[in-house]
Structure formats: C-alpha cells, structure tokens
Design a binder for this molecule. Structure first.
Ligand code: 5GP
Length: 186
C-alpha cells in the first residue's frame, strides 16, 4: 500500500520544525512520522512524540533488521532514521505522512515516493541569519552550532532537488505559502 507523503528538509535552524508543527495543526489528515534517533533528548522534547530515542546499539540492530526505509548519520555518532512501521501505521489510517528529515534523507524519500510525495526545501534567508537563529534557540552547544552551520552551507546546494523551495524570511508569509502548497497537493 502506498499513500501520500509530504517531505520537509532544511538546514538545521531554517524554521522547519515551526512550519511542520503549524501544518500538523491546520490539516487533521496530516500525521508526523516519528523518527528513531540515537541523539540525546533535548529541551521540551518527549520520547515517542518528537522521536523514538534509542541507543546507537539499538539503532544498529534496527538497521540490520531492515526496519528503516532510510537512515543517516546526520552528525557524527548521531543516527536518525525513518521507520517502515511508521509509514504503515499512518497510511493504514488513510492519513498523509509528514517527514521532517535532513536534506540527504529528503532526497532519498523523494526518489522512493516520486509523484506520491511533495518535497519542500525550507531555506533560511542567509547562513548568517541561520547561525543567529541557532544561537538564540540556545538548545545546542557551541560545537554543535558550528557543525550545523558548516553543514547548512553544503546543504543549500541541494535545494534544486526538491519540488518546492520555501524561503523563510517572514514567518507568517512562510506559513501561508506552505499551507497553500499543501492544500494544492492534498
Ligand atoms: P535535530 O537533532 O535538530 O532534531 O535533527 C537534526 C536533523 O536530522 C534535522 O535536519 C532533522 O530533520 C533530521 N532528521 C530527523 N529525523 C530524521 C530521519 O528519520 N532521517 C533523516 N535522514 N534525517 C532525520
């Protein structure tokens, strides 16, 4: 069984989570694909809602058991992956699955789903603004901020592989545009 999917990818700090959360509130037929990760739980996150937090060893076992549709070592020693069981769970309810994944993962998922997926790349106005946002978010330490900013520079080159590029300059405008695109797709 194959249903519809909406894929969101962006450099970390581009505002992707805000956009995804907004759309999930607006459209009841959208459902978030809860990824598994080996990174530590952060701030106000909760297990089984934002992610399924597992050890690196458990993650490797799931890779061996082919439980992932795709997975990436997004940062050194931090694994993230889309569970096949999540897709099944969401599509069984006839809902549309929403992915919040890194840029490589987004391109892989788009390749898998083709026209059944709408792939949106969220772009920050600039790398400098992205760095500023990561600092004000203050959920990451300095080392992690530097890693994320460096990675963002590389990721920006891949925006052309997505169906749509959403420039997040003014948040209200960004949310409206995202709503329109999703409405068209579903
Ligand atoms: P964060 O640590 O900020 O929650 O996530 C870091 C990056 O990993 C984000 O770009 C997020 O979208 C991405 N990510 C989360 N889950 C997955 C997943 O299942 N697969 C892939 N490839 N990336 C993911």
């Amino acid at each position: 069984m194959i249903g519809k999917a909406i894929i969101f990818s962006a450099p970390s700090g581009a505002g992707k989570t805000t956009v995804v959360k907004h759309l999930l509130n607006v459209f009841p037929q959208l459902e978030f694909s809860i990824s598994a990760t080996s990174r530590k739980i952060r701030g106000s996150e909760s297990n089984g809602k934002d992610y399924l937090y597992i050890s690196a060893e458990e993650f490797r076992t799931k890779i061996e058991n082919q439980e992932f549709l795709e997975w990436e070592e997004v940062y050194e020693d931090c694994y993230y992956g889309t569970l096949r069981s999540e897709l099944k769970r969401i599509w069984q309810k006839n809902n549309i699955v929403v992915f919040d994944v890194d840029v490589k993962g987004g391109m892989n998922l788009k390749r898998i789903f083709g026209d059944n997926a709408l792939a949106i790349f969220i772009s920050p106005p600039s790398i400098e603004i992205l760095e500023e946002r990561l600092r004000t978010r203050s959920t990451d330490d300095e080392e992690s901020i530097i890693r994320r900013v460096n990675k963002a520079g590389l990721e920006m080159h891949f925006s052309g592989h997505f169906d749509k590029v959403l420039l997040n300059n003014d948040l209200n405008e960004t949310l409206k545009t995202a709503e329109n695109w999703v409405k068209e797709f579903i």
